[in-house]
Design a protein around this ligand. Structure first.
Ligand SMILES: [Zn+2]
Length: 302
């Protein structure tokens, strides 16, 4: 019988050059990059977990669409409302049914949702921490750009002619080696956490499990965040470990911020269920090997 998988942890370091994947916000014409302060007071560069989770959700959505998998009305158009757009259940006593209905949608099931009436929420089965720049391995620069207003010359003299032909703006560009952490909980796929019944049979749970793995592959192949039209990330090195656990044991999450994180994870897991990867291609191949595993199911009646 195939091995069961309870949780999967992905811990790694990725090198991304000249990107601007997400930002603090724009004040005037200056866009501020994300800054995170570490426990020792060190300021470093970061890409938020929200951004990474969004990239994963979008990859999942694209794969689901390509496979003609039916999604809820909100997720069909990638609305953040998710299952809150479902309308079949309105009674407060019927929270289990609201969840059951929501679990028909793979995006709602795996990425979580909040339904306001009846009030039920679902925690995502996929979690991401901030990707944090290794303190001595990141650089930031603010570049000044000029946008030339096209068609300006065609304008006739008058009010509009007062508008400057050029607009000056400042955009951050960042390069760094980032520590990333992510956890996926296959055992919760299809699990209704109001009544603790699985709303999916084993086959459907496995199919969704594989779709989530493929979404990780898609997102790492192409990190689609902010400003990618002009700051398409130069993604190069990627190495780390993929840890799997069985039967209710959580995977250890040791931050790749520290040197020797791989050894620590190996010690905790006693070497079992750890796959190292040294490049993006090895990561992709390793994710494919995880498809041989079967998602764990809590011992409850179906
Ligand atoms: Zn949905």
């Amino acid at each position: 019988m195939a091995n069961m998988v309870y949780e999967i942890g992905i811990l790694g370091r990725m090198r991304i050059d000249a990107h601007s994947l997400n930002n603090e916000g724009t004040i005037g014409n200056v866009t501020e990059p994300r800054t995170v302060i570490l426990a020792d007071g060190t300021k470093t560069d970061g890409i938020s977990g929200e951004m990474l989770k969004h990239i994963h959700a979008e990859s999942l959505w694209q794969l689901a669409k390509a496979a003609n998998i039916n999604l809820c009305e909100a997720c069909k158009v990638m609305s953040p409302m998710r299952a809150d757009g479902n309308s079949l259940v309105t009674s407060k006593e019927r929270a289990p049914d609201a969840v059951k209905e929501a679990l028909n949608c793979v995006v709602c099931d795996t990425h979580g949702f909040l339904v306001q009436e009846p009030t039920v929420n679902r925690k995502s089965t996929v979690e991401f921490g901030w990707a944090l720049g290794i303190p001595e391995k990141f650089y930031r620069d603010i570049h000044v750009h000029t946008r030339v207003a096209l068609g300006e010359k065609k304008r006739e003299k008058g009010k509009e002619a007062k508008v400057s032909e050029q607009m000056i703006y400042n955009r951050p560009t960042r390069s760094g080696v980032y520590a990333m952490v992510s956890v996926f909980q296959p055992w919760r796929v299809g699990l209704n956490e109001v009544n603790y019944n699985y709303e999916l049979n084993n086959k459907s749970q496995k199919e969704r499990y594989e779709l989530v793995l493929d979404s990780y592959k898609s997102m790492m192949m192409r990190l689609e965040g902010a400003m990618t039209t002009t700051r398409l990330p130069h993604f190069s090195a990627f190495d780390g470990v993929i840890v799997t656990s069985q039967k209710g044991v959580p995977v250890p999450i040791i931050s790749p911020l520290i040197e020797g994180y791989k050894d620590q994870v190996k010690k905790i897991s006693k070497g079992a269920n750890i796959k190292e990867f040294g490049s993006l291609s090895e990561f992709l191949a390793t994710m494919d090997t995880l498809k041989e595993l079967i998602p764990y199911r809590l011992g409850v009646k179906e």
